[in-house]
Design a protein around this ligand. Structure first.
Ligand SMILES: [Zn+2]
Length: 272
């Protein structure tokens, strides 16, 4: 069967986990409604309907709270990757704390899932700015793949490659997909995937699959949870990026992703 293939990733975090106060405070998980189990079920159902296997970038703090869910993801045929011990920007941690988080997070998730954890994505694409070279720590820590370097001005660097590539030392970098160029460049995930015209998105995904771009689809389980409360405090930009186009998004994705072979990042790399 000759089907178009795309890598699929999910960032396994709850609906309120933005990288800004009060959502990234150490006790935030105690203060906001926990909806991750429900959203995880919906995402698992969608993957099953589409015959998809994916890489789930998991947070250490959520994995400790929901160890059974991490096991379930692994038992359902998905791969587990690391999204940090907590949902804080990497460059705010400092390089040595990042190194420790890689080691501890990998060990924790490997323990829970019974899998080798070899993929990494920094919260909010934060291997940027002062941390733009810290991917060098990943190879040292036993990772084979990163997906944290967004070719976008606000979240990374528009000069970074827009296709999967290897960094010095051999680490695979699978950047998230973006649309267009210059000031109009926008993410092909999150709000971009929820509000842009269907036909345009479908053509963009077909192009990337046909050319073997290796740019992973990105989904947060909370994007499938229409019943989530509004963020209690957030600026206009955050409100838009988080809430725009949530209604009916599951049906839209079902249609948008139909016909593609959706695989984990690890599987996609293996096929190269
Ligand atoms: Zn995240």
């Amino acid at each position: 069967m000759n089907r178009l293939c795309l890598p699929l990733s999910l960032d396994w975090e709850d609906w309120f986990q933005l990288c800004c106060p009060p959502y990234d405070a150490p006790d935030a998980l105690d203060h906001f409604e926990c909806r991750l189990p429900l959203a995880t079920e919906r995402a698992l159902e969608l993957c099953a309907e589409l015959g998809a296997s994916a890489t789930w970038f998991c947070l250490g703090d959520q994995a400790r709270r929901h160890p059974g869910l991490v096991r379930r993801l692994a038992e359902s045929g998905h791969r587990i990757g690391l999204h940090g011990l907590t949902h804080r920007r990497v460059y705010e941690l400092g390089r040595s704390a990042f190194r420790v988080a890689l080691k501890d997070g990998k060990a924790l998730l490997e323990d829970l899932s019974g899998q080798a954890v070899v993929s990494h994505r920094a919260p909010e694409w934060s291997l940027r700015g002062p941390a733009q070279d810290w991917w060098e720590e990943l190879g040292e820590a036993g990772f084979l793949c990163d997906s944290s370097r967004a070719p976008l001005a606000l979240m990374g660097d528009p000069g970074w490659p827009r296709r999967a590539h290897r960094l010095p030392g051999g680490l695979w970098e699978l950047p998230p997909p973006v649309l267009w160029s210059g000031p109009f460049r926008c993410p092909l995930w999150g709000w971009g995937l929820r509000v842009l015209p269907f036909g345009l998105l479908r053509r963009a995904l077909e192009d990337r699959a046909a050319s073997g771009a290796g740019t992973p689809l990105v989904l947060h389980p909370w994007e499938l949870d229409e019943g989530q409360p509004p963020l209690p405090s957030a600026g206009l930009g955050h409100r838009f990026a988080h809430g725009a186009g949530l209604k009916g998004h599951t049906d839209r994705l079902r249609e948008l992703w139909a016909g593609f072979t959706l695989v984990s990042l690890e599987s996609w790399i293996q096929g190269q």
